[in-house]
Design a protein around this ligand. Structure first.
Ligand SMILES: [Zn+2]
Length: 260
């Protein structure tokens, strides 16, 4: 149990780092520079960077200019802590050796992390940085290797990537990139490569449904105009998560529509 506590704390700190990544990578800023306040640009000290605690102790304001900081930051830190714990617990045991299980768990934590960062970058900047796509692809490959996929299986996962990418690629070509970006096409490939064809298609399907529900809701509440885009990547990521955890339930609902 102690390991879960440490993972949660590690998640809090890394969540703070993912916040920074999701802002800097889409804007092509260096990820090594010191963190500063968004408003007064003053460099932050270690005291300002303790996850959650700094935010609470300063009552959500910058220590220097006292401007209000977004609740987004501490929430993402806590979410990352929770995701690390969930990843650790839910990694499927394919090969029951300690080394394999540990490696699979670390890679799953990496997958959760990169998806969270892509999610935030796409929501905020409507952009999925190629560096994050690449990390996602490498982690997906490592996951298959650790879970003992054979070369033949790896080949089939590449085919799955192409099959899951196809619908998005066609939409991209038809809408000439106005409906979705090429980032979504690349993301769909990695989703298929990681999950396989059917679970990948389920992720797309959920992504489309969630995207249209939210899109219509935003139109009705007049938060968005018909022409303005909403990023599709975050809905795909929600699709991945639901597909991984609720595949069988989703397929059962489908079947109940088609089989009497
Ligand atoms: Zn400030």
């Amino acid at each position: 149990m102690l390991i879960l506590f440490y993972l949660f704390i590690l998640g809090l700190f890394l969540g703070s780092f993912f916040n920074v990544l999701s802002d800097r990578l889409p804007q092509e800023q260096s990820i090594l520079g010191r963190s500063h306040c968004d408003f007064c640009k003053k460099n932050l000290t270690v005291l300002d960077l303790i996850p959650v605690y700094s935010f609470l102790s300063l009552k959500g304001r910058c220590r220097y200019c006292h401007k209000k900081l977004s609740y987004f930051y501490p929430l993402v830190e806590i979410l990352t802590g929770c995701l690390f714990v969930i990843a650790w617990i839910t990694t499927p045991i394919v090969i029951p050796t300690a080394v394999n299980l540990l490696a699979a768990r670390i890679i799953t934590i990496g997958l959760f992390s990169v998806l969270l960062t892509i999610f935030m970058a796409d929501v905020k900047y409507h952009l999925i940085p190629d560096s994050l796509q690449f990390v996602f692809l490498v982690l997906a490959l490592c996951y298959h290797l650790v879970q003992a996929a054979s070369w033949l299986m790896l080949g089939s996962f590449i085919v799955s990537g192409i099959l899951v990418m196809l619908p998005i690629l066609i939409l991209y070509l038809i809408t000439r990139g106005r409906g979705m970006g090429f980032g979504d096409v690349k993301l769909a490939f990695v989703i298929g490569f990681l999950l396989g064809t059917i679970p990948g298609w389920i992720a797309l399907y959920i992504g489309f449904i969630a995207g249209s529900v939210v899109g219509v809701a935003l139109l009705i509440t007049k938060k968005k105009k018909l022409k303005s885009q909403i990023a599709f990547g975050p809905f795909l990521i929600i699709g991945i998560v639901l597909s991984v955890f609720y595949q069988t339930e989703i397929i059962r609902v489908w079947q109940s529509f088609f089989i009497y």
